[in-house]
Design a protein around this ligand. Structure first.
Ligand code: APR
Length: 260
């Protein structure tokens, strides 16, 4: 474990009052949720991004796309947040118990799972949408899932019908070729502008504009710390690189803070 780097991060977090926690798929890896690029069995090694994560793919075969996202939702429902998610959720209270000052921790995630929320994080911005926010592809109103747990073995499945207009319900995620939700991205940019420190956890940093956030933070002179077992495309924009896994490094960081 990269204890020296964790110590440097702890030294900085003790002084911070506004912290942004920016996460990618690696944040959920130890909960058993597949990442996209870093392993031979990552999602984009096994599935075609155009078929599964683009408007064209949806138009070509919405039954295949809906089955795939329902399978991913089923996998999230079957797992639990890990100790790293819980450490993020407890960071603000832990710091306040150490120094008595109020601390704001905002999660800005590229992930579409709900593990940060289930771990207790109250401020979570989803830049790439959520598996749990389906909407009508025609009228954009929120949609309803079919009752019961998704069947993760299906390769094709009828999307539900919109109760308002009869259109097809689509996954509430941002596909390649679609823009990120404007409001969420602006909120994230504002949080970066006003934060004292940013943790960048489990992202390869290859997808823009999300990856602009740690780069902007660094260019604004903010303290930026990466927690990732491997280097990433944003490692060069960090103050501290901590080569650790999320479920190991984050609880250890919290313990360091508690023992101040
Ligand atoms: N702890 C921390 N980091 C980890 C762990 C772990 N246990 N396991 C893997 N990682 C790191 C990898 O080293 C890699 O840098 O997580 C990162 C995963 O990278 P990607 O799979 O590219 O995921 P992400 O960066 O979130 O992808 C960004 O791409 O396809 C789009 O919309 C999708 O939001 C996603 C975006």
């Amino acid at each position: 474990m990269d204890t020296t780097a964790l110590q440097k991060i702890a030294d900085q977090l003790i002084q911070a009052r506004r912290i942004v926690v920016f996460t990618g798929a690696g944040m959920s890896a130890e909960s058993g949720i597949a990442t996209f690029r870093d392993k031979p069995d990552s999602l984009w090694a096994k599935f075609n991004t155009r078929e599964m994560a683009s408007p064209a793919g949806w138009r070509e075969d919405k039954y295949r796309v809906w089955a795939w996202y329902e399978g991913r939702r089923g996998a999230v429902l079957e797992t639990q947040p890990h100790a790293g998610h819980i450490a993020v959720a407890q960071l603000a209270d832990t710091l306040r118990s150490v120094h008595g000052h109020a601390v704001q921790v905002d999660v800005v995630t590229q992930n579409v799972d709900n593990l940060h929320e289930r771990a207790g994080s109250s401020s979570v911005i989803h830049l790439h949408g959520s598996l749990f926010a389906p909407r009508c592809a025609a009228c954009a109103r929120p949609g309803e899932f079919a009752p019961g747990l998704p069947d993760q073995t299906l390769t094709h499945l009828d999307p539900p019908e919109c109760q308002h207009c009869g259109g097809y319900i689509r996954p509430g995620v941002v596909w390649f070729g679609e823009s990120m939700p404007e409001k969420e991205f602006r909120m994230a940019e504002d949080l970066v502008d006003t934060c004292n420190a940013m943790l960048v956890i489990g992202t390869s940093g290859v997808v823009f504009p999300a990856a602009e956030l740690p780069i902007n933070a660094h260019q604004l002179g903010k303290f930026v710390a990466e927690i990732n077992p491997d280097r990433s495309e944003v490692s060069g924009y960090t103050t501290v690189e901590c080569r650790a896994k999320a479920a190991q490094g984050l609880p250890q960081l919290l313990d360091m803070l508690k023992n101040r």
